[in-house]
Design a protein around this ligand. Structure first.
Ligand code: PLP
Length: 394
């Protein structure tokens, strides 16, 4: 029998935390990867007005033209890409975008598969977002994990990529604005990785869902913005993080028109398309992108700073503020924990201190813990305080 599909560890911890909350217990939930802010009024109103029409038909498989145009315009304007609506598909979150891409590329009918050559290798830097290896395996691909290290800033380098590569590898999943480490790649680093990927004939799936959550003056570099590598790059985007719309489930894939057409067929044979209510909401969000993106970014930056100060105050731990995303990735050793592994730590922190965090093992990096700073400042402060107390006692 084949290995059962693993449920996402982050989703599991989050569910456990929510169960405690439902029992009336106050939980400091530092596990979820979603900006905890209210959906802007303009977005909610767009959905409500569309619902009030009363006629909510099936959506088209590739998504509303107006939304695809707006999303492509947003990406092109902010990140120097040149995608058209025909090179854009609306998916039920970035996660489904990744799922459909891996379904397409790992299938034996995929243009990346050579007849009889066996399953394709999917190169994934480690630590990774939990869903990359899980989905790659589900689709019949073979995850090829590339270890990066804290000492080198958790970054994938051409050298590491070259060492991990085998001829079976056809895909590289690159996440910029990294979950769980908060790493941000520079233009030169991205250019070097794309050049090598091209040389190795790798298609790059670039997960850019945290592109608007950058907290330094450094630019966010989209892999889609390099004309020389355009045909070998597919970009995943989402309204979840940049527009604080996680529950609306609206994401995008940008790539060559033929690929988008194939993904459209997969959408049509599975979810049909993304709910038009949510697409209308997303359209309104893009019409107010500048204000919404800036607001979410400012909120998350302030919360990041609260978390960094709380670590300093309660653990006497000086952490470099992560430049992007929503997370701080810390070793148990630096927290002064030596008597349990990261999974036990996460479980006991939730059971005994009511603080939910995600063990590094979920990201392929045992011995570490991921803290999300996406909740409000009071919960962040009290959560870290409770955790410090728990660590002192255990
Ligand atoms: N990519 C990364 C790195 C993520 O952290 C997430 C969500 O946590 C996603 C993609 C998927 O986001 P969504 O499906 O909500 O667009």
């Amino acid at each position: 029998m084949s290995t059962p599909v693993q449920a996402s560890a982050t989703v599991m911890i989050n569910a456990l935390a929510q169960r405690k909350q439902a029992e009336g217990i106050k939980v400091y939930n530092l596990s979820a990867g979603e900006p905890k802010v209210t959906t802007p009024e303009v977005v909610r109103q767009a959905a409500i007005q569309f619902i009030e029409r009363g006629d909510i038909p099936y959506p088209t498989a590739n998504g509303l033209l107006a939304l695809r145009e707006a999303a492509a315009h947003w990406l092109n304007h902010h990140y120097g890409t040149t995608y058209s609506a025909a090179e854009t598909i609306v998916t039920a979150g970035g996660k489904l975008g990744l799922y459909l891409l891996l379904q397409y590329y790992c299938a034996s009918t995929s243009p990346l598969c050579t007849n009889g050559a066996g399953p394709i290798g999917v190169l994934i830097p480690k630590p990774y977002w939990v869903s990359y290896p899980a989905i790659a395996s589900m689709m019949g691909g073979v995850p090829v994990l590339i270890a990066t290290g804290e000492a080198t800033g958790w970054k994938l380098t051409p050298d590491l990529l070259k060492k991990a590569y085998t001829p079976a590898c056809k895909l590289l999943v690159l996440n910029n604005g990294v979950n769980p480490t908060g790493v941000l790649y520079t233009r030169a680093e991205i250019a070097a990785l794309l050049a090598l990927a091209q040389e190795l004939n790798l298609t790059v799936i670039s997960d850019e869902v945290y592109s608007a959550l950058v907290y330094t003056d450094e630019e966010y570099v989209s892999c889609g913005s390099f004309p020389a590598y355009r045909d070998n790059v597919v970009v995943i985007q989402s309204t979840s993080k940049s527009f604080a719309m996680t529950g609306w489930r609206v994401g995008f894939v940008f790539g060559p028109a033929d690929l988008i057409k194939a993904m459209s067929a997969l959408n049509s044979q599975s979810i049909t398309g993304v709910s038009l209510v949510c697409q209308q909401a997303a359209l309104a969000a893009f019409q107010h992108a500048a204000e919404i993106n800036a607001w979410v970014q400012q909120e998350m930056k302030a919360r990041r700073d609260v978390m960094i100060s709380a670590f300093q105050h309660y653990f006497d731990l000086t952490l470099p503020p992560p430049p992007a995303a929503l997370y701080v990735f810390v070793s148990l050793l630096s927290l002064g924990v030596t008597n349990m592994n990261d999974e036990t730590f996460a479980l006991r922190a939730l059971e005994e201190a009511n603080v939910a965090v995600v063990p590094g093992s979920a990201f392929g990096q045992p011995g570490y813990v991921r803290f999300s700073y996406s909740v409000d400042a009071t919960d962040l402060e009290l959560g870290i305080q409770q955790l410090a107390q728990f660590v002192r006692l255990c």
